[in-house]
Ligand binder design. Structure first.
Ligand code: ADP
Ligand code: ZN
Length: 534
């Protein structure tokens, strides 16, 4: 038989103390390790920072053979292997970043039974040659990290993951553990069925991150709002700057925002996939080592970065899904100390994302899925209830109002927006019915507020029955109305200019048989600082 790496420790506790230097297991780690070390399969749903890595690293050290870890993140592989080797674990990885000679050395070590852990990229493991290679040695267990990548419904699908279902057939006696920090019901079900984990034990941790304070503000002047936020949250009790991440959607805006913050005295750096590798590495190093660095990044940043003391995560653009938002905000406060997740979003975000969905490649089912993801995100933004309740509810977890989010700390007033909605909707309907015209929010608001613009004069819109009937609300309030009606599915937006139409659901409102309740919003820049939990 093939050479097999012998067990390194007799008990899980011994491995925990000796290799990792920790006193105790956290949460369900001990139970998960017992299950896998004993040869059983496991599906692990645990939030970011919960301590998933130990759940497969320790069983690999307790079992004969090599633990094979499938991970899609090359940077993460690299960091984990480095850390393990420093702690005396014989770990290595195989991925596309390596020279052939390096790869050959790793392969030799595996076949000789000299590795406790071997990290491997999913696309590699899909190949028949790689499976045959693994069969030449002894596999202690398979760990499938970021297992939500197998779920087509999810936000991070990777086709390579589908091939992993074959591991069950090829290695029926080798335990498998699938791990993820993304945990909707649907994703959980897909992971179980697609990876053939029907006989597995399921370990579902709470996804609550009580030390993170969630705040979502209407977007007004976003850079100024962000600067106010960073100035209030970006310092510790002694006034020293703290580390934070700002997420933006485009590469260009990460650079603009980083520049703006830097000019205003914040130690801010941009990060996106378009920067050269050396710059990205330098930025990441500085973020990890220096205090008070704020990285302004696209979502490319943060995956697999284990920095426990990130004090805030800010979003200046609307995330595409609740899963994404949860994962990104989850990078704050991994050390358990108070941290803040702040998001600014506005009407333009909704228009832009609807357009991106309309234009996205892929079939109708795919676009519908993207649309459902966006709707759930909008519902979180517009809720008048506790943000955390909404967020955890999305992951199937019920909870009480948290006392540590903006709506708990300053409950928003609701107002009856039925008449405002009717004014806006009937303007849209009349323009279309009488003149075959469609417009975006800006011009519709001009009509409602009776603003005599060149376009109003050109098209004679001052003769419409709804001309100037909305002077009771400011332009900003009207934009809030439009945004909330979009979020409630009463309006729809189309194309590059975000032209608005009413949906079928709106007819009850127009007919006066349904009411519209809206969230009242502050007139000027939203207050950004709220009390924190101890
Ligand atoms: P995840 O993969 O779930 O995001 P990690 O495995 O990276 O989380 O663990 C997050 C952090 O918690 C790491 O710094 C890790 O070393 C630490 N950690 C994990 N388990 C324990 C434990 N039992 N005791 C103390 N620290 C732990
Ligand atoms: Zn709350």
């Amino acid at each position: 038989t093939a050479a097999a790496a012998p067990p390194r420790f007799a008990t899980a506790a011994e491995a925990l103390h000796t290799v990792f230097g920790y006193e105790q297991f956290r949460g369900e780690q001990a139970a998960i390790i017992e299950q896998v070390a004993g040869g059983g399969d496991a599906v692990v749903l645990m939030p970011t920072g919960g301590g998933k890595s130990l759940c497969y690293q320790i069983p690999a050290l307790l079992r004969e053979g090599t633990g094979v870890v499938v991970s899609p993140l090359i940077a993460l592989m690299h960091d984990q292997v480095d850390a393990l080797v420093r702690n005396g674990v014989r770990a290595a990885y195989l991925n596309s970043s390596q020279q052939p000679s390096e790869r050959a050395a790793v392969e030799r070590a595996y076949l000789a039974g000299e590795l406790d852990l071997l990290y491997i990229a999913p696309e590699r493991l899909g190949a028949e040659s790689a499976k045959r290679f693994l069969e030449g040695g002894t596999v202690a267990l398979f760990a499938i990290d970021e297992a939500h990548c197998v779920a087509q419904w999810g936000h991070d699908f990777r086709p390579d993951y589908l091939a992993l279902s074959e591991l069950a057939e090829r290695w029926p006696d080798v335990p498998r553990i699938a791990l993820t920090a993304t945990a909707t019901e649907t994703t959980h079900r897909e992971i179980t069925s697609r990876l053939s984990l029907d006989g597995a034990r399921h370990f579902v941790s709470s996804f609550d991150r009580p030390n993170i304070q969630y705040r979502i503000a209407p977007k007004l002047e976003v850079r100024k709002q962000l600067l106010d936020f960073v100035r209030s949250e970006g310092v510790d009790a002694e006034g020293a700057p703290v580390s934070g991440i700002v997420y933006a959607l485009s590469r260009a805006s990460t650079e603009k925002i980083a520049g703006f913050l830097a000019v205003n005295g914040v130690n801010a750096l941009p990060y996106h996939a378009g920067l050269d590798a050396a710059t990205r590495r330098r930025t990441q190093e500085r973020f990890l080592r220096e205090d008070g660095v704020v990285v302004v990044a696209t979502i490319a940043f943060g995956m697999g970065i284990d920095k426990p003391d990130v004090r805030f995560v800010a979003h200046v653009d609307l995330p595409k899904s609740v899963e994404g938002y949860y994962q990104e905000t989850g990078r704050a406060g991994r050390d358990g100390a108070p941290a803040t997740a702040w998001l600014a979003y506005g009407l333009q975000d909704v228009v832009q994302q609807r357009r991106m969905i309309d234009e996205s490649p892929g079939d109708l089912a795919h676009r519908r899925r993207l649309s459902q993801h966006l709707d759930a995100m909008l519902a979180l933004c517009e809720t008048v209830q506790c943000r955390r309740q909404n967020l955890l509810g999305y992951f199937g977890e019920s909870s009480e109002p948290c006392g540590n989010c903006d709506t708990c700390l300053e409950p928003p007033a609701a107002w009856n927006g039925t008449v405002a909605a009717q004014k806006l909707m009937s303007t849209i309907v009349r323009l279309h019915r009488e003149r075959r015209q469609r417009y975006g929010a800006g011009h519709l608001i001009d009509i409602l507020r009776g603003k005599e613009t060149p376009r109003v004069r050109q098209y004679g819109h001052d003769s419409l029955a709804t001309w100037a009937i909305g002077q009771d609300l400011s332009e900003q309030q009207w934009r809030g109305v439009v945004r909330q009606l979009l979020a409630q599915g009463l309006l729809a937006t189309h194309g590059e200019y975000g032209t608005l139409t009413v949906t079928d659901a709106a007819s009850a409102v127009l007919a006066g048989s349904a009411q519209v309740m809206l969230r009242a919003e502050p007139e000027r820049a939203a207050r950004t600082r709220g009390p924190k939990a101890a």
